[in-house]
Ligand binder design. Structure first.
Ligand code: NAD
Ligand code: TDX
Length: 330
């Protein structure tokens, strides 16, 4: 099997490359990645021997067509992925998340490739705080941010290409991921690396916003299950039933660092900040038998802290520019 992994140099895609190496050792893996600021050359340097890496954009129709022609399966992780970056400059999000998805779909249509598109629960907008309500496959798309609107745009293209053109395509919408190789702009790695530098975590608003956390390896095991068992034309939710407020997460980190529970700063809120995400993963569990392996959030978070402590050479080159981005927006 030859598999093309657009976005394979980013956080979730690079972990997927390692998952493939362990779970599907005979598969030939090609990564296509534009190597934006979000990709780390050290991630690529650590890929298993035999992984082919092509530098290029999913918006480049000629390149994408040539690559898809020689692969049976495409799993797309390529995206502009950061909400705060989309608020500062939305144009690349439209290009990559909408036009790039279109470009991949057209190539899959031409060459009959199986397509799996990795998306996010943020396409549903948000839920109220303090209710038991959760997103299901029946929840309507109601994106509230520039990032999630462009992800929803890509998702609906996939559904239309499956129905109208018969492309063998599935979509998965996952909750917030954490684990190794995540860019320090994101909430958990930002706070871990700030704490490693002796600084105080920076929490937006009151810290009451809730995210539903999943370890990146559990996300990727679900993607593999859907590649095998997903029904073309369907969109599935992936989540591990692990809702936490941002303050809960920060307090767990402070405990892991042996610091006082009030060692953090409340800072200006994100404009339009979604209140709460929560996933009901029953359909995925029922259809595929998938279950998450990292069910103890505290110990999975500790392992993630240890990874950043042990891999400073991986994140250090991006830390100062990331904090400068946040300072410039304050
Ligand atoms: P990331 O920003 O870490 O990685 C994205 C990768 O895509 C980077 O390597 C980047 O260089 C590459 N890329 C960007 N534009 C490209 C282009 N035009 N052509 C080719 N490559 C390009 O993001 P991530 O966190 O790994 O997210 C991957 C996917 O998973 C995204 O679609 C995101 O919406 C989705 N997702 C992420 C999370 C999360 O918590 N991180 C949760 C649910 C869904
Ligand atoms: O410094 C911070 N302080 C803070 O309070 C940062 C960076 C974030 N936050 C808050 C905002 C969110 O409520 O933490 C929460 C998580 O923030 P992000 O890591 O930026 O993630 P989020 O906006 O929830 O989106 C993430 O999950 C869904 C990914 O970045 C998306 O790619 C994915 O689709």
């Amino acid at each position: 099997m030859r598999i093309l992994v657009p976005g394979g140099a980013g956080f979730i895609g690079s972990n997927f490359v390692h998952t493939l190496h362990h779970e599907r050792p005979s598969w030939e893996v090609t990564v296509l990645d534009a190597m934006t600021y979000a990709a780390n050359p050290a991630t690529v340097a650590g890929f298993p021997t035999g992984t082919e890496v092509v530098a290029g954009s999913i918006t480049d129709a000629t390149l994408v067509d040539r690559l898809v022609r020689s692969h049976e399966v495409v799993v797309n992780f390529a995206a502009e992925s950061h909400n705060d970056a989309a608020l500062a400059s939305p144009e690349p999000f439209v290009q990559t998340n909408v036009v790039g998805t279109f470009t991949l779909l057209e190539a899959c249509r031409s060459h009959g490739a199986r397509f799996h598109h990795v998306s996010t629960d943020e396409v549903f907008g948000d839920l109220p705080l303090g209710t038991p309500e959760a997103f299901t496959e029946a929840t309507p798309l109601r994106p509230s941010s520039p990032y999630s609107a462009t992800k929803a745009g890509g998702d609906v293209l996939v559904g239309a290409w499956a129905r109208s053109f018969g492309v063998q395509a599935t979509v998965s919408r996952c909750s917030n991921n954490f684990g190794p190789f995540q860019h320090v702009e994101k909430f958990i790695p930002r706070q871990i690396t700030t704490l490693l530098d002796g600084g105080r975590p920076q929490v937006y608003g009151t810290g009451a916003n809730v995210r539903d956390w999943i370890h990146v390896d559990d996300h990727n095991s679900a993607v593999l299950a859907l590649l095998d068992q997903g029904v073309p034309g369907k969109a599935y939710l992936i989540g591990a039933r692990c809702e936490k407020s941002n303050l809960d997460v920060v307090r767990t980190l402070l405990e892991l660092f042996g610091l006082a529970p009030d060692f953090y700063d409340l800072v200006a809120d994100r404009p339009g900040h979604d209140l709460r995400y929560a996933i009901d993963p029953s359909l995925l569990e029922g259809d595929t038998g998938w279950a998450p392996a990292h069910t103890d959030f505290h110990s999975a978070l500790k392992e993630t802290v240890d990874w950043y402590r042990d891999n400073e050479q991986w994140w250090r080159p991006t830390k100062a520019a990331t904090e400068e981005f946040y300072r410039s927006r304050a």
